[in-house]
Design a protein around this ligand. Sequence first.
Ligand code: SF4
Ligand code: SF4
Length: 472
Amino acid sequence: MSTKHSKRAAKFNRDTERVSRHDKTFWSVRQRRDSLAHNIPEWEDLREAANNIKKHTITHLADYLEMFEKAATENGAHVHWAKDAKEYNSIVIDIMHSHGVRKVVKSKSMLTEECHLNEHLEKEGIDVVETDLGERILQLMHLAPSHIVMPAIHITKEEVEECFEKKGVIRDAEPHISKAERDAAPPADPTYLTRCARYHLRDNFMTADCGMTGANFGVAETGDIVVCTNEGNADMSTSVPKLHIVSMGIEKLIPDYDSLAVFQRLLARHGTGQPTTVYTSHFRKPRPGGEMHIILVDNGRSDILANEGHWQTLKCMRCGACMNTCPVYRRSGGYSYTYFIPGPIGVNLGMLRDAGKHYHNCSACSLCCSCDNVCPVKVDLSSQIYRWRQDLDSMHHADKMKKTMSAGMRYVFERPSLYTTALRMAPWANHLPSFITNIKANTWAKGHSMPEFAKLSFHEMWKRGMVDNKKS
Ligand code: SF4
Ligand code: SF4
């Protein structure tokens, strides 16, 4: 049973300060993206190149997958294929069992969220430590990410401090930070809290038996895995443990290093408004004496590829720019969407995963098209949402109230004289008392003042020669 996006959004909207901060934070990231874009004259050419490379790779995926497997195997990595989440989880667990892994340090990977890997590892008695700071905060709070690039952006520094106190992160750091430094730190000081997290994580890096990373890109020609982070946690996760497991969705492949250069210029500029991520790590082969396993995961991607109306979602490189710009996401937060990936791309991916569970998310869109305009690989996000909405009726998921309203509007629009009469009468509604217009059924009135109808419609003004069409 799906919960309406609007209900979940209403819950998020109760905390007006949090909503305002959420909105402003993401809008500032969008603005940083714009100012970086304006400094690159070939910006639109880059987006077009990225779009073409992704289209080409996805439509020749079988060839590139084979090329990648061959190169990675020649480099000394073990390549595994997982058709779905179940197979993926069991491959990871088998590898870990065969190496006697008790603790794994993980850098951020949305694919592991998609496959619910952590739950499976914990059931096997394996201690899982997320090492991206935002992800670690959420793990300690037992919360899911609310954004794909900035997963804990909705959490305040005061909440982080409280969590670190409760979960022993501050205690772990005590031997490394002098009392004088601790006393000098203001309450909920982000620098102090980050230092605590660093010491807490460092202990975990040193004692882990396995490091897991995702993959921002897999380079087919060379078999390289490219991981972009701002915290260096992917490097720490793979520098201490001898066992490295990479989880990669099959759509993450790009042909070669020339292609990588295009995506590298776009990824961080779009995602966080930075010229580049602080670390761009290239993993080609196992460490001396170690093992590197790359798991290529399908989990529904082949079905998406075969979907004529929606295959272009596979171009997505998970930069998060469509979320940062989306007015609905910014004001309703990540948890208002039922799919684990929120925002414009999440609406589409959720429908592809399970339309019956996620169809309410299609309403979380004003069709402003801003997401299409910022996407670095030109995924046609709003057109796809529009198409899903058109399909809802045949899927038996159309909203009954909206259907009735649409039928009523159609009836009026198909009868010009009725339409004209209705327009003439509309200004009468301006005199209705608010207890009539602000009824529960009129959801528009929630949080809005009802707009006044103009005395004359535009059509009427045009007919009467009241519009200066030279100015318009
Ligand atoms: S759809 Fe485009 S903008 Fe959205 S996350 Fe994917 S690549 Fe980024
Ligand atoms: S078109 Fe819809 S999903 Fe895209 S930015 Fe606008 S409101 Fe958000």
